[in-house]
Write a protein of this length. Structure first.
Length: 178
């Protein structure tokens, strides 16, 4: 069954499928596969939790405040992206066509937008607000999390792009009150 997206934008759908298939084949390189799995695991929330603990321990009152606003941004992101996933109902690449490497279990059946990427970009902006020096590394890590979701067959490129935009919007909305 084709989704409305696939019917309306067949060339974009083909391009996204081609990208997912190509990037997934790169996982035959064991070290790249391990990096992608690590990035996804970091994006599961454990890594961001450790970042929050570090801010609490070493960031003083300002770090504690950023942990609070980071938590608010993540909660807002969770609500919005879960609602979007239920309304838009897009299958994941691993459920849409055969991929060679599927080394991780999918958290649910829906693809659009990417929750891992949403959280990663929300946290990257919060970290960048805490310290501008952390922003490049945080954005690089968020991008790696998003790319890992494509490589591992969890999301299409547009899912990751939408997640990045959504994460930035949620963080910005929370930082307005900072």
């Amino acid at each position: 069954m084709l989704t409305r997206y696939a019917r309306r934008f067949p060339a974009a759908r083909r391009w996204e499928c081609d990208v997912c298939l190509a990037v997934n084949t790169w996982l035959r390189l064991g070290i790249l596969r391990q990096v992608m799995i690590w990035a996804t695991r970091f994006g599961d929330g454990y890594g961001w939790g450790l970042v929050g603990v570090a801010l609490l321990l070493f960031g003083g009152a300002r770090g504690s405040r950023h942990v609070l606003f980071g938590g608010l941004a993540v909660v807002l992101a969770q609500v919005v992206y879960n609602l979007a996933k239920r309304l838009l109902v897009r299958n994941r690449p691993c459920d849409s066509f055969q991929l060679r490497y599927l080394p991780v279990r999918m958290p649910d059946a829906f693809s659009f937008p990417s929750g891992h990427t949403t959280t990663a970009f929300a946290m990257a902006l919060i970290l960048g607000h805490f310290s501008v020096a952390l922003l490049p590394g945080a954005l690089l890590l968020a991008t790696l999390v998003g790319f890992s979701r494509i490589a591992l067959g969890a999301h299409f490129p547009s899912d990751v792009a939408a997640g990045a935009l959504l994460g930035c919007l949620c963080a910005t909305m929370c930082l307005i009150w900072y």
